[in-house]
Design a protein around this ligand. Structure first.
Ligand SMILES: *Cc1c(COP(=O)(O)O)cnc(C)c1O
Length: 384
């Protein structure tokens, strides 16, 4: 068998083209490349698409999470309950404000925290929770708000992977007081790097807008607009978490393609499901009852009924030129958290999913033939 002749398949490939090139060219030719009119336009378009009150563009989703915690008033002495089963940024953000991340387990079907797993992890010092639309699967927000709102616990939705997913007939994040988004190429929309904070609270939006720009009272764009610029004032200690107009121009084009991208991803996820149905011990993540996923990470669980374990299946795929990826990480197992007090609740489902899952190649340009090749390897490896 000659694997050199088959094209290598990766988990993700951004879908960028001539429209993005033209948009960036226009910004370069305008002479204004930093945060300016394109960022403002991207924020308006994003807020409208996501049915959010306000959108504040930032440098990435990690900085969006940081700002979300700052505007929610979270600080030293506070606990923030988060899933360990998430990219590490979710648990790092509370540490940036001096709070303690406390890990909650997840549900086996969705990979998401639930009102039940959060309730088991709440402490008297819990002032916020960060819930994740993991891999694009919408988190069940309603019962979580019902648990947290009466206790005055702020619910922050980490929708880094969630653009184009829906909960209860609306875009994910629309029902949250604060939601954060990523435009890293591994996610559904990309601006190279980039992020967004959306919120239903106009005061939080205004403060986040200042904080991302050193808490300057006059933005650089406004200062530039007048010949004699007004004197600026720095109200509190802020950050440089700005997005550039170059990125926002790309983001506007990408946002326009979102519906098409999600439709194709969902069709391809359905095709994988069809081709892999009936393979013993293989389970693909699916839509929950309360919404639809964009399948940002189409993961499958390799159960003991399958003849290979997850590592052996990854190798079988690699031999066929397919670079699948291990599933979502578990932060509590990383050296960065091993010696910290993170609540100590048992996390059996987190450990099961992080040990047994892998993520299938799924991107806009994936051909039917390529998809069938991946499914065939999994099917045949299961019959060896
Ligand atoms: C990717 C990701 C992030 C971090 O996003 P960046 O834009 O790279 O900072 C945060 N949370 C989750 C759940 C993610 O998947």
């Amino acid at each position: 068998m000659s694997t050199a002749q088959v094209t290598r398949l990766n988990v993700m490939k951004p879908w960028l083209g001539a429209d993005e090139v033209a948009a960036v060219t226009e910004v370069i030719e305008s002479g204004w490349v930093a945060q300016g009119p394109k960022v403002a336009a991207f924020e308006r378009a994003f807020a409208e698409t996501m049915q959010a009150g306000d959108a504040v563009a930032v440098s990435n989703c990690t900085t969006a999470l940081h700002l979300a915690l700052v505007v929610a008033g979270i600080g030293p002495g506070d606990d923030v309950v988060v899933p360990s089963f998430s990219f590490i940024a979710t648990s790092n953000a509370p540490t940036y404000v001096g709070a303690r991340p406390v890990f909650a387990d997840v549900d086996a079907a969705t990979g998401n925290v639930t009102a039940g797993t959060l309730a088991a992890a709440l402490t008297p010092a819990t002032r916020a929770v960060i819930i994740v639309d993991q891999g694009g699967v919408p988190v069940e927000l309603g019962p979580i708000r019902a648990l947290c709102d009466p206790k005055g616990i702020v619910v922050i939705e980490d929708a880094a992977c969630g653009a184009g997913s829906s909960y209860d007939g609306r875009p994910v994040g629309a029902g949250a007081e604060l939601a954060t988004w990523s435009f890293h190429p591994r996610k559904i929309l990309t601006t190279g790097e980039g992020g967004m904070l959306t919120t239903s609270n106009p005061e939080w939006a205004a403060r986040a807008r200042r904080l991302r720009e050193h808490s300057m009272s006059v933005s650089a764009a406004d200062r530039h607009a007048s010949l004699v610029s007004p004197a600026e004032e720095y109200g509190e200690i802020g950050f440089n978490y700005r997005m550039t107009d170059l990125q926002a121009a790309v983001g506007l084009v990408q946002l326009g393609k979102l519906a098409e991208v999600v439709e194709r991803r969902r069709a391809n996820a359905a095709r994988y499901r069809e081709l892999l149905s009936g393979v013993p011990g293989i389970r693909l993540v699916d839509d929950p009852a309360w919404g639809t996923s964009n399948f940002q990470s189409l993961w499958l669980e390799v159960a003991p009924e399958y003849p290979l374990d997850r590592e052996a299946l990854l190798l079988a795929l690699a031999e066929a030129g397919i670079s699948a990826r291990r599933g979502i990480m578990a932060a509590h197992r990383q050296p960065a958290y091993a010696d910290r007090d993170t609540g100590g609740a048992p996390l059996p489902i987190t450990e099961q999913l992080t040990d047994r899952t892998l993520i299938l190649p799924l991107f806009h340009q994936l051909t039917g033939e390529e998809l069938e090749r991946v499914a065939r390897v999994i099917r045949e490896a299961g019959e060896r």
